[in-house]
Design a protein around this ligand. Structure first.
Ligand SMILES: NC(=O)C1=CN([C@@H]2O[C@H](COP(=O)(O)OP(=O)(O)OC[C@H]3O[C@@H](n4cnc5c(N)ncnc54)[C@H](OP(=O)(O)O)[C@@H]3O)[C@@H](O)[C@H]2O)C=CC1
Ligand SMILES: O=C1O[C@H](COP(=O)(O)O)[C@@H](O)[C@H](O)[C@H]1O
Length: 484
């Protein structure tokens, strides 16, 4: 089965922060892969914009290096690379000054899709929006792409929404949450709403609980300054895990289109109950032979910011009343593995007797690595040993399902950038969603700050603090062993 690549309309994409880490690691290599796959049409141009003093040739050479380093298997396609680089140019631009803006305005064309990617620190978003407006580039059909973090709390998110709204309408604002661009996340919607099999069972009557795990092996690395002001709650839960939770829990939207989907997600966020502080576990990784501790990484021996969080949440609505949602995410854990597991209830009565054992269906949706899905079903243990039950997985890896000739699954960023060019906001967060997520998050953070809560230290390479295991054990449940 070979997936189809539908070219988008020719576009002008300006990347503010075009020399930065995100542009080099994700945006530029992603655009190159789209170019190689034939999705980026002739006549499109990519314009890097930042303060660094360089010309087109210097920028192209930086882009070529970035593609060689981060472009994956496509990074070595040299014929394609030359053609791609011809679409790339650079304008030295200061978000806080007027230098470069007139030149930028001359470059962007009226008859092309016009998109501006704000790949700079959030403190510059307002400056960029204001100058795009003042220099005549904020035309009604132009789009801006805004990176995370979208605010630090509800007040700052509201202020940021208000700043952007001065110059751009909501339909022009694309707030990135790259988890929404992951292949499996969209497959989650296909599985839920494209099959008759699951949806009738997708509720508190049949689902015992849901687990969402996003585990990383890396520490905070060189991002300690940013991370220590955020922590796992702001960095991961308020956005990525919240989005996953919404897609799992939302009602079927009437159409797969932006506002239908986002209206349903918003209802879920608004229905989230405040979390009891006994149901939140925060942790910090310690040191081991492979690396420093969290506190050493962020250079604050007294830091109380969490690099791990686990919590039990509830959604107050008819569908989910009484079904717990357990979330956990953290850094320097034993594997880089993320999944959503829907754990169904036991059959109401076992006709096989106690000796056969009790078993459960689990639908596990693997986000990474090896994106795919497993459905555990109960069968008879093979052999003559009588009626004993056994769980076996029906396992589907998306790579296997697509076959060897399929196009490489696009990275989340490249898929989302193509959606910006198409003008499709379905996989982007709306302003009210982001605000609702902060409205739920803020009191939890304020709560542990008021209690002077100190995160529990956990061993790097483990599954997080013991208390996180207890959070489940107390309820007679356990976390799945999520493996890479
Ligand atoms: N890196 C990542 O993996 C991720 C990053 N993000 C977000 O993406 C954004 C960019 O992050 P990242 O690339 O890591 O940051 P970097 O610090 O690596 O890059 C910042 C970019 O902004 C440019 N810049 C800084 N000041 C100005 C200015 N006054 N005018 C114009 N350009 C300016 C810099 O270039 P110069 O100095 O030449 O001006 C550089 O290109 C941030 O909002 C971050 O939170 C989100 C998720 C992941
Ligand atoms: O947004 C972020 O996501 C990454 C994890 O992304 P993934 O695609 O590699 O799962 C996380 O490391 C980072 O702290 C956070 O800001």
């Amino acid at each position: 089965m070979v997936s189809r690549v539908i070219p988008v309309d020719p576009f002008d994409l300006v990347i503010f922060g075009g020399t930065g880490d995100l542009a080099r690691r994700k945006i530029l290599p992603g655009l190159f892969r789209r170019f190689c796959s034939g999705q980026m049409p002739e006549g499109s141009q990519i314009i890097g914009a930042a303060r660094s003093d360089m010309d087109d040739a210097g920028y192209r050479s930086m882009v070529a290096d970035a593609i060689a380093e981060f472009g994956g298997s496509r990074g070595s396609e040299s014929g394609m690379l030359e053609a791609f680089l011809e679409t790339v140019s650079y304008v030295m631009t200061d978000a806080k000054g007027d230098g470069g803006w007139a030149q930028l305005n001359e470059k962007v064309r009226d008859n092309k899709v016009r998109a501006f990617y704000f790949s700079v620190g959030p403190s510059l978003f307002g400056d960029l929006a204001e100058r795009l407006h003042r220099f005549g580039m904020a035309t009604p059909d132009s789009r801006i792409v805004v990176e995370k973090p979208f605010g630090h709390d509800l007040a700052s998110a509201k202020a940021l929404n208000a700043t952007l709204a001065k110059h751009f309408d909501e339909h022009q604002i694309y707030r990135i949450d790259h988890y929404l661009g992951k292949e499996t996340v969209q497959n989650l919607m296909a599985v839920r709403f494209g099959n008759m099999l699951f949806e009738p069972l997708w509720n508190a009557q049949y689902v015992d609980h849901i687990q969402i795990t996003v585990a990383e092996t890396v520490g905070v690395g060189g991002r300690g300054g940013y991370y220590d002001k955020s922590g796992a709650m702001r960095d991961m839960v308020q956005n990525h895990l919240m989005q996953l939770l919404c897609l799992i829990a939302m009602e079927p939207p009437s159409k797969f289109e932006p506002d239908s989907v986002r209206d349903e997600k918003l209802k879920v966020i608004r229905a989230l109950e405040p979390v009891d502080w006994h149901h939140i576990v925060r942790g910090q990784y310690g040191a081991d032979e492979n690396g420093p501790s969290y506190r050493q990484d962020v250079e604050d021996p007294k830091s109380r910011t969490e690099s791990f969080i686990a919590m039990k949440c509830h959604i107050s609505n008819w569908r989910w009343a009484g079904t717990p949602f357990y979330l956990r995410t953290g850094k320097r854990l034993k594997s880089r593995a993320s999944e959503i597991a829907v754990v169904f209830k036991d059959a109401p009565h076992s006709i096989f007797g106690a000796d056969a054992g009790r078993h459960r269906n689990v639908l596990a949706i693997r986000l990474q690595p090896n994106e795919g899905m497993t459905l555990d079903v109960t069968i008879k243990e093979p052999g003559p040993g009588g009626m004993r039950l056994l769980d076996v997985p029906l396992d589907m890896s998306f790579a296997d399902a697509l076959g060897p000739d399929a196009e490489e699954v696009p990275d989340a960023y490249e898929r989302l950038i193509m959606d910006v060019i198409r003008g499709n906001q379905t996989l982007f967060m709306r302003g009210d969603e982001v605000e609702a997520a902060w409205a739920w998050t803020d009191p939890l953070i304020e709560g542990w700050q008021a209690r002077n809560d100190v995160p529990k230290e956990y061993e790097p390479g483990s599954s997080g603090p013991e208390d996180a295991l207890m959070l489940m054990h107390r309820d007679g449940r356990k976390w799945r062993d999520v493996k890479a």
